[in-house]
Write a protein that binds this ligand. Structure first.
Ligand SMILES: *Cc1c(COP(=O)(O)O)cnc(C)c1O
Length: 354
């Protein structure tokens, strides 16, 4: 059984939610680049979710996460990420604005200069977050450092709860069942706009990290019975259980809406096509194809994609046009997930764009 966009909205409307952004975000055609590439290329501007200066995809997830935190009476919100995490910054801003104390544990990838605090970390400070920087130990990988930061956060929560506080623990990227509702709403909005324009997209491209955005979009696509091929371009190496985990998030989010059952899941791991061929040499490490993609989009359409996520996804889209993985004449939508603050971050992350 499939649902209409209106029915999907009604089901989502029954869940706790706090308005944070400006919706709908714009969806429009990129005429110059479409002509240059020989496809019909549209962009969904989720870099414009608002409502601070820097939007991005985490705002949609946080509407449900903060909504839940408020419904449960939480006075602290914990989350995690790299030092320049967009997710951590957006969580900090969203919590602060709702009178909830944000506490973040950030794993250091690039060294931090105390005399020159930049980008998301700077904003985290302006919003008065409680910030814990977790430096890597000798021989520790980034994943190990992050794992350790989760444990530190959990212990911190135990201490606060023993004092009578109520805390919400949000995973990296806001990627849990509640957060994934955000992109069931996001793709529903996209299809409403596409229907009004009379376009059916063959392909949807977006950057993936924690997998919450991808999980929500696939849940929404299947719920609405659409056929768009969703290509999720990873900003980091993908583990073997990546698609399986995403499917469990999709089905978990749908279950919160009262849809599906464990015996008959609406989303299967095979539905996903995560692609980690474009992130090299590493997470938060730039590459030449991405730099070129950033410059091309900036020069032709005036739009900025970032070197960590959206730029890498856009470089994949360009490569797929070149190799025929996107056929000429296809209708393609690129979901711009944000990341603008990277332009003001450390040179190691920004790369050679200037
Ligand atoms: C977090 C993020 C992503 C990835 O989204 P996930 O839901 O974590 O997979 C993509 N682009 C930008 C700019 C992000 O900040």
């Amino acid at each position: 059984m499939t649902y209409t966009t209106k029915e999907a909205r009604e089901l989502l409307g029954k869940l706790p939610k706090t308005a944070l952004g400006f919706f709908p975000t714009p969806l429009y055609k990129l005429d110059k680049l479409s002509a240059e590439l020989g496809i019909e290329l549209y962009i969904k501007r989720d870099d414009f979710t608002g409502s601070n200066l820097f939007g991005g995809n985490k705002t949609r997830k946080l509407e449900y996460l903060i909504g839940k935190a408020k419904a449960e009476g939480c006075d602290h919100i914990f989350t995690y990420g790299a030092v320049q995490s967009n997710h951590a910054m957006q969580t900090v801003w969203a919590a602060a604005k709702n009178g909830i104390k944000p506490v973040i544990y950030l794993a250091a990838i690039v060294p931090i200069d105390e005399n020159d605090i930049k980008a998301n970390l700077l904003l985290d400070r302006i919003y008065d977050a409680e910030i814990h920087i977790v430096e890597p130990l000798e021989g520790e990988s980034f994943m190990d450092t992050e794992e350790r930061s989760f444990k530190m956060g959990e212990e911190h929560i135990k201490r606060l709860e023993a004092e009578g506080h109520k805390c919400m623990n949000i995973p990296v990227g806001g990627a849990d069942e509640t957060g994934s509702l955000g992109y069931i709403g996001g793709i529903t909005e996209l299809y409403e706009q596409a229907d009004a324009l009379g376009v059916e997209f063959d392909y949807l491209y977006h950057a993936t990290g924690s997998g919450g955005t991808m999980a929500g979009m696939m849940a929404g696509r299947n719920l609405l019975g659409r056929n768009t091929v969703i290509r999720s371009i990873s900003a980091m190496e993908i583990g073997r259980s990546y698609a399986k985990h995403a499917a469990s998030l999709s089905n978990g989010a749908l279950a919160l809406m009262g849809i599906g059952s464990p015996d008959d899941p609406l989303v299967k791991a095979e539905d996903f096509a995560p692609d980690d061929n474009y992130y090299a040499p590493g997470y938060e490490i730039p590459n030449e194809a991405t730099t070129k993609a950033i410059k091309l989009l900036a020069k032709t359409e005036g739009i900025l994609v970032d070197p960590v996520y959206s730029g890498k996804a856009f470089s994949a889209l360009l490569d797929h046009v070149k190799t025929g993985k996107i056929e000429q004449g296809s209708k393609v939508v690129f979901v711009h997930t944000g990341g603008a603050t990277v332009f003001f971050a450390e040179k190691e992350i920004l790369g050679d764009v200037f």
